[in-house]
Design a protein around this ligand. Structure first.
Ligand SMILES: Cc1cc2nc3c(=O)[nH]c(=O)nc-3n(C[C@H](O)[C@H](O)[C@H](O)COP(=O)(O)OP(=O)(O)OC[C@H]3O[C@@H](n4cnc5c(N)ncnc54)[C@H](O)[C@@H]3O)c2cc1C
Length: 432
């Protein structure tokens, strides 16, 4: 059966699929593939825009290998099977009185897919999901099982947290969780000029700051989420209002605008200005994961680069000027987020305070020139592409972008010399 990703940008016909239900069965599927001369890729939820999970060999579907294995409520350490989705994880953590300190925009991904590609949210003092990992269990090319953490196999831990499935198949992930918390969300339109002028202030002054900018509009939508202890928090958003704001306005109505724009491209710029002009203010409080995560039902394609935080304003200035000159107009907003530097060798925020710039286009609309323009701007400041979002960088570029790239490749050579876990995408980004 053909495998396809969420955005429809990657597909593959695996020689066969396996649905392991234990670490032992993951090992058996791997050794059986090796015996048959087939490569192996683990499947997450298919939410990468890159063909990271695509394989013509054995596709390991880990959806039957889900759930929490154990939790220590005192330390907040929670061990999770690798096929667990972030949605399932959030629900279980809720019942335990725990939460993830930071999350991305959606919860459909598997935990292991999100960790493996460096999936992140926003927060100037916080890292991505992989920085919340305290330990991993990995099934290697010979079927053996190895564990790693900061104290145990520490180099493997530095390499394996973000490794795009190149070192083996994650069987469990141990997370350092935090006590459950609520966030006060404040979302409001603001003139883009003001957002850019106050970018440093907003990034430093909020737990989670981000903004969306419609390329032809004057306004940005600024989102600031801050932890609350209950007292003085804004009210929860009633269910009907949440439905209206997120399902109707952000999905159904925006989807209708996108379809109109795709049918009549001349309307895209005015529709884009309309979308920017009709942004509305909202503030509410809710459990952290309910604020971090929003439904994304309108399909799009996406590229995202992490750039040094001090380069952000230059990148956006160039992007604004370039977008105005594009022959094909852009329907979707640009999203800007921030993250602290971390110590994971292939994390897009390795060793530097980062700003993330994500560009999107509605499915079916031309995007190649736009993405090429963006990539040339982002790479001119040493940008690092998200491992799960569209880009054209190869191992030669990436070896210059990541100081520990050669160390990562050395570990890969020692763990998978015959490239059992290879596919075309890994060949592109890591070389042969
Ligand atoms: C609508 C949408 C919103 C998104 N929002 C964000 C966001 O806010 N922030 C962000 O950073 N990214 C975001 N992304 C990107 C997404 O988080 C990543 O691409 C993520 O990897 C998808 O997880 P997945 O489970 O679908 O993994 P897949 O895409 O299926 O796989 C990703 C990689 O992980 C590997 N893998 C999966 N499971 C294992 C395992 N057990 N062991 C070893 N390797 C494994 C796969 O082989 C593949 O190489 C978004 C994507 C979409 C479509």
């Amino acid at each position: 059966m053909t495998w396809q990703n969420w955005a429809g940008t990657a597909s593959a016909d695996p020689a066969r699929r396996a649905w392991p239900r234990s670490t032992e069965e993951i090992g058996q599927a791997i050794t059986a593939a090796a015996k048959d001369g087939l490569t192996v890729r683990a499947l997450g939820s298919g939410h990468s825009f890159t063909p990271a999970a695509a394989t013509s060999g054995v596709a390991l579907d880990l959806s039957s290998w889900a759930g929490v294995v154990g939790a220590d409520l005192d330390s907040g350490l929670v061990t999770v099977r690798s096929g667990t989705t972030i949605r399932e994880l959030n629900a279980t953590l809720d019942t335990l009185g725990l939460a993830m300190a930071n999350l991305g925009d959606i919860d459909a991904q598997t935990l292991s897919g999100a960790v493996s590609t460096g999936t992140h949210g926003t927060g100037a003092d916080l890292g991505g999901i992989a920085t919340q990992v305290a330990g991993l269990e990995l099934v290697l090319a010979d079927g053996s099982v190895v564990s790693c953490s900061a104290d145990d196999n520490s180099d493997l831990f530095s390499a394996a947290r973000v490794s795009v499935g190149a070192l083996g198949v994650l069987s469990t992930v141990t997370l350092q969780c935090v006590p459950a918390f609520s966030l006060a969300a404040d979302e409001r339109p603001m003139a883009l000029e003001e957002v850019l002028a106050r970018f440093g202030e907003f990034a430093a002054g909020n737990d989670h700051f981000e903004f969306y900018w419609f390329p032809y509009g004057k306004n940005a939508l600024v989102k600031r989420n801050n932890r609350v202890d209950g007292a003085g928090a804004p009210d929860a958003m009633p269910g009907w209002r949440r439905f209206l704001e997120y399902e109707v306005m952000e999905n159904a109505a925006f989807g209708a605008l996108c379809r109109t724009g795709r049918a009549v491209p001349a309307t895209i710029k005015p529709l884009n200005r309309l979308a920017a002009a009709t942004l509305s203010k909202r503030s509410y409080s809710a459990r952290s994961h309910e604020v971090f995560v929003t439904p994304r039902r309108v399909r799009f394609v996406e590229s995202e680069y992490a750039v040094p935080r001090e380069s952000l304003l230059d990148v956006l200035t160039e992007l604004r000027a370039g977008v105005a000159r594009l022959a094909d107009p852009v329907m979707f907003p640009v999203e800007v987020r921030v993250a602290a530097g971390d110590d994971i060798w292939l994390s897009t925020a390795y060793g530097r305070e980062s700003a993330y710039v994500a560009i999107h286009q509605y499915v079916g609309l031309p995007y190649a020139d736009y993405f090429r323009l963006f990539e040339s701007i982002a790479t001119s400041v040493g940008g690092r592409p998200h491992w799960g979002k569209m880009h054209t960088r190869d191992a030669a570029y990436l070896s210059g972008a990541y100081p520990r790239f050669a160390d990562f490749l050395q570990i890969r050579d020692s763990l998978d010399p015959s490239r059992l876990f290879a596919n075309a995408y890994l060949k592109q980004v890591f070389g042969d």
